[in-house]
Write a protein that binds this ligand. Structure first.
Ligand code: FES
Length: 104
């Protein structure tokens, strides 16, 4: 059974933007809003030391890491463009009382 972590208000994540939120282990997640739904992935690109919330660009459900222009599908974590080959960790999201909760 995972741990439930309450992050920010769902309204704080705007369509097309990427928001960073901290986890208890010291790492971060990146939060995205795609067509109204919130998705959460690890914030660190799997190709290098790039924060997707700081360096990434969200276009639809695709986040592009501007370090080497690799891409991921934020709804699944799957890499969709080279040089990224390792999936991003994803977290199941629920919205409770307007706040984003994930299982870690
Ligand atoms: S660090 Fe993200 S594509 Fe290289």
């Amino acid at each position: 059974m995972g741990q439930t972590v309450i992050l920010c208000a769902a309204d704080d994540v705007a369509e097309g933007e990427i928001k960073q939120a901290p986890l208890p282990d010291g790492s971060n997640v990146a939060l995205y809003r795609v067509e109204g739904a919130i998705y959460a992935t690890a914030d660190m690109c799997t190709h290098g030391e790039a924060s997707l919330s700081l360096e990434g660009l969200l276009n639809g459900k695709t986040v592009e890491c501007t370090f080497h222009f690799g891409t991921f599908d934020v709804t699944t974590g799957e890499p969709t463009g080279m040089p990224c080959e390792i999936p991003l960790k994803t977290y199941p999201v629920t919205i409770v009382d307007g706040k984003i909760q994930i299982e870690v």
